[in-house]
Design a protein around this ligand. Structure first.
Ligand code: MN
Length: 192
């Protein structure tokens, strides 16, 4: 049985970027529903005793969709913080971003475009491949780049439920504000 992981901050702390009301629905209803659905779907199947990552790598259909959405949301919550130590990456992560995108501003522009232009529901990702090269990928619906052998470093949820209460149809405004709460310390840790 999977459980809804605790949030790494209090639900009201991300305001005004993300309101407590959005968190109450996004975490309390949507994320919880993916956990509940996954538990119901894997009961009595070959997936019942696998880790979340193993299920994502081996499943398809409804089991994949719910497992990936459980993982993606936990990763998203951990990607953001009400108290970022800086507004941009430092150290090795900053070096790799400069090397692979030209500059941090160029990276931000490309990632924002990927998030804004993803048609329908899905996720924008910063990933690192096996050779250490960074890239930006769009994944529709529950997609997760780990399935393609890419290691996720940062994600932005662009399903409407992530921003509609606070920004209505203005997805680009949500993405612009998202940058102010990115937890660069955490993203650098993921790079290793
Ligand atoms: Mn979501």
């Amino acid at each position: 049985m999977f459980e809804l992981p605790k949030l790494p901050w209090n639900p009201e702390e991300l305001a005004p970027v993300i309101s407590a009301e959005t968190i109450s629905f996004h975490y309390g209803k949507h994320h919880q529903a993916y956990v509940n659905n996954l538990n119901n779907l894997i009961k009595g199947t070959e997936f019942e005793n696998l880790s979340l990552e193993e299920i994502i790598m081996k499943s398809s259909g409804g089991i994949f969709n719910n497992a990936a959405q459980v993982w993606n949301h936990t990763f998203y919550w951990e990607s953001i913080t009400p108290k970022p130590i800086s507004q941009m990456p430092t150290g090795l992560l900053a070096e790799k971003i400069n090397r692979d995108f030209g500059s941090f501003e160029e990276f931000k522009t490309k990632f924002s475009q990927a998030a804004a232009t993803l048609f329908g529901s899905g996720w924008a990702w910063l990933v690192v491949d096996k050779d250490g090269k960074l890239s930006i990928v769009q994944e529709g619906n529950a997609g997760n780049p780990m399935v393609k052998g890419l290691k996720p470093l940062l994600t932005c949820d662009v399903w409407e439920h992530a921003y509609y209460i606070d920004y209505q149809n203005r997805r680009p405004d949500y993405i612009q504000q998202f940058w102010t709460i990115v937890n660069w310390k955490k993203i650098a840790e993921r790079l290793g």
